[in-house]
Ligand binder design. Structure first.
Ligand code: LP5
Ligand code: MN
Length: 244
């Protein structure tokens, strides 16, 4: 990755036909800010829920993929990471959007600085019920069995799970749903004390972690429920921008 230019980072757009404002804001972002960048990194939860690539048959989803695909045509590379809502985004979507899939976490050189990218949910290690659920649904065998079900049944299951998730979150302490500082420190240590950028918690901020005497920046991306935003990084560093 070259040191020239700048890159943009977004996450947690939760796009769905039910949130036309977020969709309009995203399309404006794709027209205005994104074409100036060398690369756009989407760090999970682009969609509210993705139950398999036949979700691309919905005109709403296809339209988003096609809007994204304009970027590579303008010379902007598009990278996508799975979130907890859209970990079933697959090859068909990536091809339609002109995007490349990233691992979670993924260490990259971003304009000359080692940077660890993640959705962020894996750092929420105090949320034991969520982590058990995550392990289950990230199993290839579970995913194959789920994807073998009819589309309507998968949509129903996703809806039931969303309701259960909202109910359970109402009873979870805020601290449990934030990242665990030790989990963050372990990841920073394992990757040579890079800068970290993630989403998921919907608590946009710039934190500084001191790990083994090394200072590491941690940028948390905003969600797009009411307005949106992104982090922009170049060779000099990162900055956060709000959209509304
Ligand atoms: O998403 P968010 O931010 O509201 O909450 C998350 C955690 N919840 C989830 C669940 C998603 O919201 C639902 C995703 C639907 C789309 C996926 C479709 C494909 C799979 C369909 C599977 C049926 O990720 C929430 C965290 C919160 O972040 C903060 O980090 O707390 O976690 C939960 O609420 C999970 C519950 O605590 C445990 C749920 C156990 C469910 C057990 C039923 C298993 C069903 C699967 C097999 C039939
Ligand atoms: Mn998330």
């Amino acid at each position: 990755m070259s040191a020239a230019g700048h890159s943009l980072f977004i996450a947690d757009l939760h796009l769905s036909p039910a949130l036309p404002r977020a969709t309009a804001l995203f399309k404006q972002f794709l027209r205005d800010a994104a074409p100036q960048a060398a690369a756009l990194y989407i760090l999970g939860d682009l969609f509210e829920a993705w139950v398999g690539d036949d979700d691309l048959d919905l005109p709403f989803h296809l339209d988003i993929a096609q809007a994204l695909a304009e970027l590579p045509r303008q010379g902007v590379r598009v990278y996508l990471m799975h979130g907890n809502r859209d970990f079933l985004l697959g090859e068909r979507f990536l091809h339609a959007a002109g995007a490349s899939l990233l691992n979670d976490p993924q260490l990259l050189d971003i304009h000359g600085r080692p940077t660890l990218l993640s959705h962020g949910d894996a750092f929420c290690t105090d949320d034991h019920r969520y982590q058990a659920f995550r392990r289950q649904v990230r199993e290839p065998a579970w995913q194959a069995a789920f994807l073998a079900k009819p589309y309507a049944e998968r949509r129903q299951m996703a809806q039931a799970l969303r309701e259960q998730s909202e109910q359970e979150k109402a009873g979870k302490a805020m601290a449990i749903m934030d990242v665990n500082t030790e989990a963050v420190a372990t990841a920073l240590r394992a990757h040579g004390y890079p800068r970290l950028i993630h989403g998921h918690t919907h608590r946009p901020a710039r934190h500084v972690h001191e790990v083994d005497g090394q200072r590491c920046e941690r940028w948390v991306l905003p969600d797009w429920y009411e307005g949106g935003g992104y982090v922009r990084c170049d060779a000099a560093g990162c900055a956060a921008f709000t959209l509304d």
